[in-house]
Design a protein around this ligand. Structure first.
Ligand SMILES: Cc1ncc(COP(=O)(O)O)c(C=O)c1O
Length: 441
């Protein structure tokens, strides 16, 4: 099957639209998303785990564009949130409150109040102190708070250390020993309803047995909860399914399902999963334009108009993103990450060059690729940075007083601007040249 992003006639398309056409309309840098990819990936998870009819709660943090959230809500997805703001976004996009889960190690009283008021499915509780606070607020509101305990199973997800969350040294979740004490406390506190057990061990996991090992670690605890008559209904297995950032990478979701399904069935609980990157990652590209080609004594630089404020993953995770010109004469047709991908060394062309692809920001860490062999490029050319749909726009900032780029959703033969490019006026909103009010110290 042709992927959303593919080359045809030497040009990059998103679904049925040449992306150069979008750049002409909205300028660069910009994010371009395929709505179909997002919806299809939700369905792929439902299909892979169909034996247990999972509730797929899309992780809003990976890409929180309202237009995309709406498309997923219409496709029946639930949402995994980590702040009041994300709950608000999901609801604005049409989410059913009863399909929203709320995780995070630092939930504040105001956020807990809001989530209770909206009637979310569950809080994923990450500490004893949080149990106490949720209970106090629920008691005041005279309601029973639905909770899941987030267990830290001490499993190595074998991923980048910044996105590893399931090892004992990580700040997330409650270790199994302390979780036993939590059960006693939940018993004493009358207004908590323990509905689930939650695990999320990390992100961009490419080994298909890591989730299975984590589930194995919590199965005995689930049995204990049941024996103690807690009304458990859900096993939330988290997200973290890895994707292809380069041709030939990635794991088929059915490979994860093969390992996980028997263990989920053994638990006797309904499955919830919280994938983010798997749904959004290859659903987006960042489009940028070459401003200058600069030669130094040692290197050739492509200085592009996108920067680390637009996409920070290479800088903070040393992440690899496939990069390729949007147009290349004679390039064969094929999907960007597919088995038929034309983006291989064999197709670099006879004048291939090695470049550092860098942005205009005043930091040497402002780069998208270092020492990357690419087809020869010229000033003014459009360049696509692939697999930018996850943790791209949501991690963007205004560093160097740069407005965040437009976000565009492609839907078949049409596209629309789902987020306007920020203007300088947008950036200084809320700032003052002189005091509006002066307070005595
Ligand atoms: C609790 C929780 N669930 C789900 C996710 C989504 O992870 P991914 O995008 O790797 O699927 C995250 C990401 O950090 C998370 O912290």
């Amino acid at each position: 099957m042709t992927e959303a992003f593919h080359y045809k006639g030497g040009e990059l398309y998103c679904e049925s639209i040449p992306v150069s056409k979008i750049a002409q309309k909205v300028g660069t840098p910009c994010y371009i998303y395929s709505q179909d990819h997002f919806v299809r990936q939700v369905q792929a998870i439902k299909d892979a785990f169909r034996d247990v009819q999972p509730l797929v709660c899309y992780a809003v943090k990976s890409n929180s564009n309202l237009g995309l959230l709406r498309a997923m809500a219409l496709a029946g997805a639930g949402f995994d949130t980590v702040s009041k703001g994300e709950i608000y976004r999901a609801l604005r996009a049409g989410a059913e409150p009863g399909k929203i889960v709320f995780a995070g190690v630092g939930k504040q009283a105001e956020e807990i109040e809001y989530a209770l008021e909206q009637g979310i499915l569950m809080f994923n509780v990450e500490s004893e102190s949080e149990l106490e606070l949720i209970s106090k607020i629920a008691a005041r509101r005279k309601v029973e708070a639905p909770i899941a305990l987030r267990i830290n199973p001490d499993v190595d997800p074998q991923t980048h250390k910044y996105i590893s969350t399931g090892k004992s040294e990580n700040k997330f979740g409650i270790d199994l020993k302390r979780a036993e004490d939590c059960l006693k406390r939940i018993r004493e506190l009358k207004n908590l309803r323990l509905k689930g057990i939650h695990i999320h061990i990390g992100s961009q996991i490419l080994k298909n047995d890591r989730h299975g090992e984590a589930i194995d670690r919590v199965l005995p605890f689930i049995e204990r909860c049941k024996k103690m008559d807690f009304p458990l209904e859900y096993l939330n297995v988290g997200g973290g399914y890895g994707i292809a950032y380069d041709v030939g990478q990635g794991v088929d979701i059915t490979e994860f399902a093969k390992v996980m399904l028997p263990k989920i069935q053994q638990s006797g609980l309904k499955m919830v999963s919280e994938p983010g990157r798997f749904i959004s990652g290859n659903g987006g590209v960042m489009l940028t334009q070459v401003i200058y080609v600069k030669k130094s004594a040692e290197k050739d630089f492509l200085i592009v108009d996108g920067a680390m404020n637009d996409l920070i993953r290479p800088t903070i995770y040393q992440a690899f993103h496939k990069i390729w010109p949007v147009k290349q004469q004679g390039l064969k047709d094929g999907s960007v990450m597919g088995a038929d991908s034309p983006l291989t060394d064999a197709n670099l062309g006879k004048d291939a060059q090695t470049y550092d692809v860098v942005g205009p920001i005043c930091e040497s860490g402002d780069y998208f690729a270092l020492g990357r062999k690419l087809p020869k490029m010229a000033e003014g050319e459009l360049v696509a940075v692939f697999s930018a749909g996850a943790y791209g726009a949501t991690m963007a900032s205004n560093y160097n007083t740069r407005g965040r780029g437009a976000e565009v959703i492609v839907n078949g033969h049409d596209y629309w601007v789902a987020r306007d490019r920020e203007t300088v006026e947008d950036l200084i909103r809320g700032e003052r040249l002189t005091p509006r009010e002066v307070f005595k110290g």
